[in-house]
Design a protein around this ligand. Structure first.
Ligand code: BLA
Length: 525
């Protein structure tokens, strides 16, 4: 597996995808410099598609070739608008049946960024397919999911509808996680295909430059991985055309290999943008060549666009519910803590310094507050543990380290071992740590509340999945989903599920309420 060498991955990140000087052969392109109508670049297949000879077209004004089209103003940058992140994709201009080519009408797509304008021509949708392509987006997609179950069925509905609309064999909603790796969260597939649902893939499967291109384009179509690319011909041989906004841009050879290894011949993906960030992709696969005409792609992109509204809505609902829930959790935890402290007077009772099992309610409240699998209450003389935690001696050493190293009252990391090598010993059950220090807790001095989360691969469930057999194909190449997943485990060793802002806020709120409690008791005495 030579291609797993770090040098190879760095190489991937350097590939200037938008500067490739060729296109896929399902259309042709003319281009020029932003602001000027002169055609400075055309694809070599121009004659077959338009009947025009490249030598005759290069150097001509587009306005001479197409007198009615387009207005000069459209050849100026649309991506430099202040709200470009919203507009870039939607501001490509679509001109149905712009031109009659030798083999039928051609649709035009005009795009423009800071460097180049591009006019791409591709076969227009046959009239018998038009009724389908122009059907409105299903109304159900506009319904806002409210509960987790609504959300799951909403995702499934979108995947199913997109599979119908696109005719692809497999449609996946692929969601990026905090560290750039991704997970298939919903899937619709033809009977008999192995599911990829729930699988994770490393961030390196989609390099940053590719992500940037998907941020700026609503979709990416690769109808046939075997189709030979067509070179661009340029007025100035040295000039490099910018294909950032091109639908036809030729595909990176590495990605073609990747698709081949996955058994995919045609792929189509739609970008899901939330607040300008790439939240995920809808990835569609087909084992035979498959090309969708522009209006059909645009309809699918529109369905995806509507789906982003659902995501935003669902996220807001979740945040509100989470806030409300966390208040209740914190109150329950405080009450349980009070009870333990009062009734048994923790300090006196646990004075032996041994770990103790504490009240069940307290234990549950403690773990659920931080969505953790282990927790401990630590003060100068006692350590009380709940769930899966390191050994008491390891906890003591950890707290000493926290005392010396951490000044902030709340400390979170999803890779403790990287900061504190002794944590390697318990990485499996405690790769992630959240620590909250409460100063001057009654007579005992500082008290620490510690929460652990296990190493990530152990919380990802697909091993043991009855469907996995089909995926464990040892004959497959380096970049098959299976080895891709193995690579993901490799890159996330000794890391836990990350702590979110919500986790941190809960800890902060908890801490301030504990402090408030202490003060109230102190004054009450
Ligand atoms: C592009 N990689 C992509 C795309 C996807 C994936 C969806 C967008 C293009 C498309 O729709 O085909 C990855 N596809 C996946 C994943 C699943 C899937 C994870 O279906 C899971 C089910 N790829 C690598 C490595 C490199 C790499 C090591 O694995 C490094 C060079 C590159 N991926 C790569 C490049 C592109 C890409 C360069 C851009 C292709 C392009 O737009 O030209």
């Amino acid at each position: 597996s030579e291609s797993l060498a770090p040098g190879f991955l760095a190489e991937c990140e350097r590939e200037q995808l938008h500067h490739v000087q060729s296109i896929q052969p399902w259309g042709c392109v003319l281009g020029g410099r932003t602001g000027a109508p002169i055609v400075e670049v055309v694809s070599a297949n121009l004659p077959a598609w338009t009947g025009w000879i490249p030598e005759a077209v290069l150097g001509q004004a587009l306005t001479t070739l197409l007198p009615e089209f387009p207005p000069q103003t459209e050849l100026t940058d649309i991506t430099n608008a202040p709200d470009a992140w919203m507009l870039a994709a939607s501001d490509k201009r679509f001109y149905p049946a712009l031109l009659a080519g030798p083999s039928g009408p051609l649709d035009g797509l005009l795009s423009c960024n800071a460097h180049n304008w591009l006019l791409e021509l591709e076969p227009a949708l046959p009239s018998e397919q038009q009724a389908d392509a122009y059907r409105p987006v299903p109304h159900r997609l506009y319904r806002m999911p409210y509960s987790e179950r609504d959300w799951a069925s909403h995702c499934q509905y979108l995947a199913d509808e997109l599979r119908t609309a696109s005719g692809f064999e497999r449609v996946m909603i692929y969601r990026f996680r905090h560290d750039g790796c991704g997970e298939v969260i919903a899937e619709s597939l033809r009977d008999g295909l192995p599911p990829y649902l729930g699988l994770r893939y490393p961030a390196s499967d989609i390099p940053q430059i590719a992500r940037q291109l998907y941020r700026l384009n609503s979709h990416r179509q690769i109808p046939n991985i075997a189709a030979p690319p067509v070179p661009l011909l340029s007025l100035e041989p040295e000039a490099v055309a910018d294909l950032t906004l091109s639908d036809l841009r030729a595909v990176s050879p590495v990605h073609l290999e990747y698709l081949k290894n996955m058994g995919v011949t045609a792929s189509l993906s739609f970008s899901i943008l939330i607040s300008g960030e790439l939240w995920g992709l809808i990835a569609c696969h087909h084992s035979a060549p498959r090309h969708l005409a522009l209006p059909v792609r645009l309809r699918c992109a529109e369905m995806t666009q509507v789906f982003t509204l659902a995501i935003s809505g669902y996220q807001s609902t979740q945040r509100l519910m989470d806030l409300n829930e966390s208040d209740q959790e914190i109150l329950a935890l405080l009450a349980a803590l009070r009870l333990v402290d009062d009734e048994r007077d923790l300090i006196a009772e646990l004075g032996t310094g041994r770990a103790n099992v504490i009240d069940h309610t307290l234990a549950q409240a403690l773990l659920s507050l931080a969505r953790a699998t282990g927790a401990a209450l630590v003060d100068a003389s006692n350590i009380v543990t709940v769930g899966q935690t390191p050994e008491v001696s390891d906890i003591r050493a950890l707290v000493n380290w926290l005392h010396e190293t951490v000044t902030a009252p709340i400390f979170v990391t999803d890779r403790l071992a990287a900061l504190y090598p002794e944590a390697i010993a318990f990485a499996e059950l405690g790769s992630g740590l959240m620590a909250v220090r409460v100063d001057g807790y009654r007579e005992t001095g500082d008290r620490w509340f510690l929460w652990w989360r296990p190493e990530q691969p152990h919380t990802v469930y697909w091993a043991g999945d009855p469907r996995k057999g089909a995926l464990f194909d040892e004959q497959r190449q380096v970049l098959s989903p299976r080895s891709s997943f193995a690579r993901w485990i490799e890159t996330t060793a000794r890391q836990s599920e990350p702590w979110t802002d919500a986790d941190w806020l809960r800890a902060k709120k908890f801490r301030s309420l504990v402090l408030h409690d202490i003060n109230a008791r102190f004054l009450g005495r």
